[in-house]
Design a protein around this ligand. Sequence first.
Ligand code: F6R
Length: 618
Amino acid sequence: MCGITGFIGYEEAAPILIRALKKLEYRGYDSAGIAIIHDEKIFVRKMKGRINLLEESLVENPLSGQAGIGHTRWATHGEPSDINSHPHTDSDGSIAIVHNGIIENYIKLKQWLQSRGVVFLSDTDTEVIAHIINHFYRNGNGAILQAVIETLKLLDGSYALAVVCADYPDRIIAVRKDSPLIAGSGAAGSFIASDIPALLEYTHDVYFLNDGEIAVLYRDHIELRGNEGEIILRATTHIDWDAESAVKNDFPHFMLKEIFEQPKAMEDALRPRLKKNDLNNALNNTLIDFDEIKFDENWADARRIVITACGTAYNAGVIGKYAFEHFARIPVEVDIASEYRYRNPIFNKHDIFIVISQSGETADTLAAMRLIKQNGGRVIAITNAPGSTLSREADTTVYTYAGPEIAVASTKAFTSQVMCIYLLALELGRFRGHIQGGLYQKYIAALSAIPAQARQILDKKEVIQRFASRQYNKTKMFFMGRQFDYPVSMESALKLKEISYTHSEAFAAGELKHGPIALIGADTLVISFATQKVLFEKMASNIREVTSRGAASLVITWEGGDFFDTITDETFALPKTEDCFSPLLAVIPAQLFSYYCAIQRGNDPDKPRNLAKSVTVE
Ligand code: F6R
C-alpha cells in the first residue's frame, strides 16, 4: 500500500529510485513518481500507471541528480491520476514530499491553508503536508528540519514521509508514524524505503524507524532524531535475507517462485526449533525448542489462547485453533483483527495471546496487538518481517523465516506460519502432559518429512495446470472440507478470488445443506479437501450432493486409496502424513490452481487488481 523510497549519494538517483520502486511494486499501486534535486532545484516526474511508463519517460527525457525521492501510490483520496500521484510540492516547487498513510484531519488543514491563499492542485490528503512545511519554513528561521517537526505536530493520522527541499540539496528528511519506513547506508549512499527488499541490493544494515522518529539522510551517513529533533544513537539491525530471494530468477512470477520455495520455507521454520535431546534416548531423541519462548507457569496456567490476524494470516490462525485444541487441549478463540479491535473483547489474566502477520505492519493487526497490551496481555507475534512494528512491540516474536514474500497473494508465509503454529501446539501439548514420548516423536518425524513431501506435490504441478486450463472459466468455485480441511478451504478460496477474480467461497462441508447447496449448478466447480480419514464417508456424501447437481469436482486426498475416484471428475493425491498436518500439503495444489487460473484468465498474479500487499491503513 503505497511505496516510498529515497536516495542521496554518489550515483544518479533516478535509476536507483526506479529500481527500488520496482522492488516495492508488490505493495500495490496505480501511479508512480519521483522528485530529483539538481542545481538546487526540484524536478518532479509522475504519472498514472505502471512504473515502466515512468521509466520510459525518464529514458526519453532523463532527470539528472544524485538525490531524490520516489513513490508508488495506491489511491485513497482522489482517483488515480497524474496530478494526484506523488511527489507533491509546495506552491513554489521548492519542497517535495512523498507520503504513505492517511492524514485524517486534512480537510481542516486544507481549509486553513486555502484561507491563507494556498491553491491546491490535487485531491489528495498528502498535498497539505507540502504546503504546511512551506508555511513553517517561510515563517520560521529557515531550517527545514524544524519546519518538518512543526508540521508533524499538526498532522493526525498515519504517515511515512520523505521530504526534499531545494535549499538543502545535501539531505533527505524522513519520518514515520504508524506506517513502515527503514533507512540504511551503503557504499553508493543513503537510502530509505517502505520495506527491506528495496534496500537489499545496497545494504543489509538498516534502521527501523520507530513512530515519531526522524531520519536525516546525508550521502555518507544517517542521523536519527526524535520528534523534537534531539539526536538518537542506535545501532543498525542486520538483515540476513539474501538479495537473490527478492528477484524472480527463472520463474515467470514471484507467486510461482514463492509456491516453489515452500519446502525450504517450511524447513527453515522447522529446523531451528528442533533440538537433539542430550540423553539421546531412542524414543525421545528430538525436542521442539523455541529459543524465543519459555514454557513457564503462564503456559501451565493458561485457560484460553486468543489468536488474532487478518486475511491469510487469520486462516493460519484458524488452523491454530484446530491444532492447539487437538494437541494441547486448550480452548482457542480466533478473531479477525478488525473485528477484535472494535468488539470490546473480554480479557483474562489466564489468556495467551498470539498475533499473526506476515508483514508485521497490518494496521488492524497492530491495533489489536496494542489493545491486548493496554489490557495487560502479553503478545506472542508470529511474523516474517524482522524489525517490523509487530516484532518490535510484541513481547515475544516467533519468526517464520520464510524470506521476503513479494507476490501480493501470500503462499510461503502461510505455510511457514502454519508450521510454527504446529510446533508451538505440539510443544504445548507435551508441556501440558497431553502428548507423550512416542507419539510426540511420531509427530516430529511427520513434520520433518513435510518439506520433502511438498516437493513431491510441486513435481506434479502439471496435473493442476491441466485441470485449471479446463476449469478456469467456471463462474463459481467453491472449496469445502471438514475439521483441518475447513481452514484450508478458506485459504484456498481467498487465494483464488484474489488473483483469478473468480467468485469463490469456502464452507465447512457439513454446512452444505444449510444454504450453500442452493448455489450449486453446472456452472460450478467444487474442490473438496478430504484428508480427515474418520470423515471420509461424510465427505463422500457431500461430494455426491454437489456432483449430482451438475457441479464439476476435484477431490484433494491422500495417495494410495481410491475412495473418492468413482464420485469425482478428478482426484489429486497427496503424499501421506498425519491427518492433522494435512493443511501444510493440501493447500499447495490449491495455490497452484489459483495461480494457473489467474494465468489462464490473463491476470498478473503478482499484482492483482485493487489489492495491496501490506494493508497499513484501515
Ligand atoms: C492474502 C493476503 C492477505 C494478507 C493480509 C494480512 O494472500 O496476502 O490476506 O494475509 O492482508 O497481511 P499480514 O499477514 O501482512 O498481516
